[in-house]
Design a protein around this ligand. Structure first.
Ligand code: CA2
Length: 164
């Protein structure tokens, strides 16, 4: 009997949820020497362009509240194939966000604009890194595009491994 290959299966559009943590709504308007001049709106436009090129769905949300981010992560189960998250300041403090990512089992890529390992000591510890599939840190706004590409690659690879 012929084995069904990936190419004969119906491929649904891959869905990526991008989450931005506290203060990232200020991007491009404050602390430009550290975080650059690109606004969140521009980053969202770049991600939309990438989504179109890759034929994927990308949804982007920002919150200054830990609980709201936790709820969005929980709700991503069964709705999204992967999460790309810049937890911002919560990276270094939030057991709740870490627990939510571990609980939902949605592959998650951690993104930081700056290289958190080259800054103050307290930024080197990420509560998220151990439950993420990987971390992209230090590439500015391009990190979100790299994060989406990494998430897509991870999901497609996992699916093709499971199918073969
Ligand atoms: O490098 C990153 O992406 C960070 O996640 C940014 C966080 C920081 O706490 C992390 O250690 C590293 C801070 C986000 C604050 O964003 C602002 C943007 C513009 C103006 C002020 C803050």
């Amino acid at each position: 009997m012929a084995t069904r290959t990936n190419s004969t299966k119906t491929q649904s559009t891959l869905r990526i949820l991008v989450l931005h943590g506290p203060n990232l709504n200020l991007l491009g308007t404050r602390e430009q020497s550290l975080y650059g001049r690109t606004t969140l709106k521009t980053i969202e436009a770049q991600m939309a362009k990438l989504a179109k090129q890759e034929c994927i769905h990308v949804e982007s949300r920002q919150s200054n509240q830990e609980g709201e981010l936790v709820t969005w992560i929980q709700d991503a189960r069964d709705r999204f194939d992967a999460i790309v998250i810049n937890p911002a300041g919560y990276t270094h403090t939030s057991v709740a966000i870490r627990d939510a990512i571990a609980a939902v089992e949605v592959p998650t890529v951690e993104v930081h604009l700056t290289n958190i390992h080259a800054r103050e000591k307290f930024r080197r510890r990420s509560y998220i890194a151990a439950v993420a599939v990987g971390q992209i840190s230090g590439f500015g706004p391009a990190g979100y595009l790299l994060g989406i590409k990494a998430a897509v690659e991870h999901v497609r690879h996992a699916r093709s491994s499971a199918a073969n």
